[in-house]
Design a protein around this ligand. Structure first.
Ligand code: ZN
Length: 119
């Protein structure tokens, strides 16, 4: 396994996908950009908590479909592309969304307290 210490760019993931399934970077770029677009929301690596987990991979399938045909005329499963992306970013692991949340620090009161608004 390749050890990575820097934040991977969507294009790095696309290059990795080509190595695995053939075709061209552009066949995969939209998927990898989707995973990483939440970086713009918070600007550091914790952005991964939004989509870099097993539920996020299913969400990715809902957006891009189960499979597509790449430029080498080969059928590629979106789920596998997503799994590889998450593993590349999360030290070879696919966490659940719950594991991400449980891994964060003490919750603020507004995160857990619901209220009833009367007027
Ligand atoms: Zn990522």
């Amino acid at each position: 396994m390749i050890m990575k210490v820097h934040m991977a760019h969507p294009f790095d993931h696309a290059r990795s996908s080509v190595k695995k399934w053939g075709g061209l970077e552009k066949d995969y770029l939209k998927i990898h950009e989707w995973f990483d677009e939440t970086k713009a929301w918070i600007g550091h690596s914790k952005h991964r908590l939004f989509r870099h987990h097993s539920e996020g991979i299913f969400e990715c399938e809902n957006v891009f479909g189960k499979s597509f045909i790449n430029s080498d005329n080969r059928k590629v499963y979106v789920r596998y592309v997503g799994e590889r992306h998450v593993k590349e970013d999360c030290n070879g692991y696919i966490p659940t969304a719950k594991e991400w949340i449980d891994g964060l620090k003490e919750p603020k009161e507004w995160m857990i307290k619901t209220i009833k608004i009367e007027d």
